[in-house]
Structure formats: structure tokens, C-alpha cells
Write a protein that binds this ligand. Structure first.
Ligand code: 0O2
Length: 236
């Protein structure tokens, strides 16, 4: 059995059945540790990467709030992709089901979502974050200036950042999604609606058009709020 191969999960269940009917429990535990510890270790590394990046944004928020009048960041949320989603993505991409394959090919296992008050805060904070010496930009997708056909808007950054484990330094990929409150509101609702699968293709098409119109309205709202802030700053 290959400790790096998720396919071993099914056969371990069979092993458990055998162990309860005679085989030594110690042997079974040793086998389970050998198979699952590398997977737990990988998931913990991704959790650590998320914690490092989350802290960087919280620090930036505190620093920038003492210079301006508001906290530019509304919230920082994070998630590590579930093992199920990781395996599904590897299968979809016809990639081997191994830890090495996850670490080499999947760049969005660690995800951090930064919700900002205003659109210009997004670019300012992104610049400050990318200027840090332990952050390496791998890929930048600006879906604010170039929204997706669905209407989706956000700034996506794939970065590499080190974590320091008991075995030394390890570089990790992290996907950062930066958006305003309006963009986040739209994306959350659209995400929920996309999973309503029992709609006819005609209704789905109609709703997609409506959602796109909502995205355009929400972009206008972001622009208006930014102009109001600029007027307040000029008058202050
Ligand atoms: P989850 O659960 O949010 O992680 P890939 O990441 O490989 O699938 P691609 O094109 O490289 O594809 O990535 P993309 O489209 O730049 O960014 C993917 C992520 O952005 C998605 O992650 C969503 O979180 C978000 N996203 C992209 N397009 C849309 C959209 O039209 N609507 C909404 N609501 N979110 C979107 P996942 O993996 O789909 O899901």
C-alpha cells in the first residue's frame, strides 16, 4: 500500500474488519498511522499556510486603520479544501491521487477571502501584501477590471509563502480572493443558486441573465460608494 495514495482508504476498512476478527490491534494502528499520517500532515500544512496569510491581512488592517479613518478590511475568512474536493479535482484533471500531485498541481487548497469596504482598498491592500518579502506572486487574475461572463467580480492572487514546520521551511501555495462587500454578497448568493439543479435549462438561462444584471447593479453601487467617500474626504 502506498501511504501517499488516497485509494488505500477503502482497503483499510477491510483491514479493520479483519483486525476485529483476530489480527492484532497494534498492527492495525501502526498500519493506519503509516497510511493516514502523511495525509493529516499535508492538511495541517495547508491549515498553517492559511493561518500565516490570514495574520498578514489582519496585521495590514490594523496598520492601515491607524493611518486612515476606517478599517479597510471588513473580514478575513479562510478555508482548506476538503479531502473529498481535493480528490474530485485531481480526478477531474486526470492527475495522480498522491500527496506530491496535490502539492505540485493544486494551487487553491489553502484559500483566504478578504472582504474590503471599497474597491480602491482592494488594490492598496493587495500591493502591500505582495510587497512582503516572503510572498511570491505566482498568478494574478483581475476579475474586477475583467469580470467573468457570469458577472463574478473579485481579485484573485495565487501566491507562494513559507511555513516553518518541525522539519524546516516549506513553501506553500495559497489562493487569495479579494472583493468588496457587494461583490461578496453577489458571489455568495450566486454560488447558492448555481447548486439548485432541478431548474429547466430555459429558467437557468433566464436567471443567469438576471444574476448578471444584478452583478452590474452591484458594481455601480460600489462606484457610487467610492465617490461618496471621496466627496467626504475632500470636505473633511
Ligand atoms: P470554492 O468552493 O469557492 O473553492 P479552478 O480554480 O481550477 O477551478 P480557475 O478558472 O483557475 O479554475 O479558477 P477561477 O475561476 O479563477 O477561480 C475559482 C474560484 O473563484 C471558485 O472556486 C470560486 O470560489 C470563485 N469563482 C469563480 N467564478 C465564480 C462565479 O462565477 N461565481 C461564484 N460565486 N464564484 C466564482 P471553486 O473551486 O469553484 O469553489
Amino acid at each position: 500500500m502506498n501511504g501517499n495514495n488516497y485509494e488505500s482508504a477503502a482497503s483499510s476498512q477491510n483491514d479493520l474488519m479483519q483486525a476485529t476478527t483476530g489480527e492484532s490491534v497494534d498492527e492495525l494502528l501502526a498500519q493506519l498511522h503509516a497510511e493516514y499520517d502523511p495525509v493529516f500532515s499535508m492538511m495541517t500544512d495547508y491549515q498553517c499556510a492559511v493561518m500565516e496569510v490570514e495574520t498578514k491581512f489582519n496585521v495590514l488592517n490594523n496598520r492601515l486603520s491607524i493611518q486612515g479613518e476606517h478599517n479597510p478590511i471588513e473580514s478575513v475568512k479562510s478555508r482548506v479544501k476538503s479531502l473529498d474536493s481535493i480528490i474530485q479535482k485531481l480526478q477531474k484533471l486526470h492527475l495522480p491521487l498522491t500527496i506530491e500531485s496535490v502539492e505540485d498541481n493544486l494551487k487553491d487548497v489553502s484559500g483566504v477571502r478578504v472582504v474590503c469596504s471599497f474597491v480602491d482598498d482592494i488594490y492598496k491592500i493587495a500591493d502591500c501584501f505582495l510587497a512582503q518579502e516572503d510572498i511570491t506572486l505566482i498568478e494574478r487574475k483581475d476579475y474586477i477590471r475583467n469580470p467573468k461572463p457570469s458577472g463574478y467580480r473579485s481579485l484573485h492572487l495565487i501566491v507562494k509563502t513559507p511555513i516553518y514546520t518541525e522539519n524546516g521551511k516549506k513553501d506553500m501555495f495559497v489562493e487569495v480572493q479579494m472583493r468588496t462587500i457587494a461583490m461578496d454578497f453577489w458571489a455568495s448568493l450566486e454560488h447558492k443558486l448555481r447548486y439548485k439543479k432541478n431548474l429547466s435549462s430555459e429558467t437557468l438561462e433566464e436567471l443567469s441573465e438576471e444574476l448578471k444584471a444584478c452583478a452590474e447593479e452591484s458594481a455601480k453601487l460600489d462606484e457610487k460608494m467610492l465617490r461618496i467617500r471621496e466627496r467626504i474626504a475632500q470636505n473633511a
